[in-house]
Design a protein around this ligand. Structure first.
Ligand SMILES: Cc1cc2nc3c(=O)[nH]c(=O)nc-3n(C[C@H](O)[C@H](O)[C@H](O)COP(=O)(O)O)c2cc1C
Ligand code: SF4
Ligand code: SF4
Length: 257
């Protein structure tokens, strides 16, 4: 197929897994924009110059697309075909895929599909309690030729073809609720070896060189917990959130449009 590019924002690597599967099928290059520096340095014209199809992969946060992704997309201009892709922790994808499709359309792209894939919820994975998820291979193997055919005949599905699942409760003070239910992953100095992996893993530059976390910047993505080799940063979830995730986070498979 014509040149395919992938842009991926994935603090805890669920979306990276999906990006790699897309890359392997289409022999596509992945532009990883997870780190703040990579987003700042992204040269849209150069990176997407030869691209006809763009897969954009990001997670679902509070039923929508992360703020950093929305901000990044304001700088992107692309007039080819786009396939928005979101990964979610098996609770609910909400309106994230529809929002991503609408944002990509605003960048100038023609929407020719969409992928919403359930992956183990990062909060449960990091506390050792995520439900097992099947792989996405069979669904993707069936889906990729559909995309190839749409590109061949120039068929757009339009951003409105992707439904929104609206849960009004998800939009009531999501940042405040996150702050109340997920503790800042402070460093345990007795375990820390000063390697700095948490500083470089943080997608929003919230970890200072002295290893403190800037409360106002932290999105509670928990990349710093995941990538700390010493287990020096721990995840603390409130009991109601842990109960909720254990009850509702299941393998909801993969939905394609
Ligand atoms: C701040 C935050 C909010 C989240 N909100 C949702 C949600 O609304 N629904 C859901 O199913 N999963 C939710 N998740 C789970 C993520 O979508 C899931 O862990 C995904 O793997 C994260 O993508 P990444 O691994 O590529 O960073 C949330 C995770 C975080 C960190
Ligand atoms: S400091 Fe906050 S935003 Fe940065 S990696 Fe840790 S949890 Fe994510
Ligand atoms: S990643 Fe862990 S061990 Fe390394 S500096 Fe950060 S807290 Fe310390």
């Amino acid at each position: 197929m014509s040149t395919v590019k992938i842009i991926c924002y994935s603090p805890t690597a669920g979306g990276k897994k999906l990006s790699k599967k897309i890359a392997a099928h289409f022999q596509a290059e992945i532009h990883d924009i997870t780190r703040a520096k990579a987003r700042e340095a992204f040269d849209c014209a150069a990176a997407l110059k030869s691209a006809r199809v763009l897969f954009f992969v990001c997670p679902v946060y509070a039923h929508t697309v992360p703020r950093e992704v929305k901000k990044f997309l304001k700088r992107v201009s692309f007039s080819g075909y786009a396939v928005p892709c979101v990964v979610f922790g098996g609770v609910c994808g909400g309106r994230a895929l529809a929002v991503l499709a609408a944002r990509l359309k605003k960048c100038g792209a023609s929407i020719i599909g969409g992928i919403q894939a359930s992956v183990p919820h990062s909060y449960l994975s990091l506390s050792g309690g995520a439900a097992a998820h099947g792989d996405m291979d069979a669904a993707l193997t069936e889906y990729f030729p559909i995309i190839e055919n749409r590109v061949k005949i120039g068929e757009s599905i339009g951003s409105k073809a992707i439904p929104k699942k609206i849960n009004p409760l998800a939009y009531i003070a999501p940042r405040l609720r996150k702050r109340l239910s997920v503790a800042l992953p402070a460093v345990n100095r007795a375990r820390c070896n000063g390697c700095g992996q948490c500083v470089s893993a943080c997608p929003v530059d919230a970890v200072t060189d002295e290893l403190h976390i800037k409360k106002s910047k932290c999105t509670r993505c928990l990349a710093c917990v995941k990538y700390c080799p010493q287990n020096a940063r721990k995840l603390y979830l409130s009991k109601p959130l842990l109960w909720y995730l254990k009850k509702y986070s299941t393998d909801k498979g993969i939905t394609t449009y």
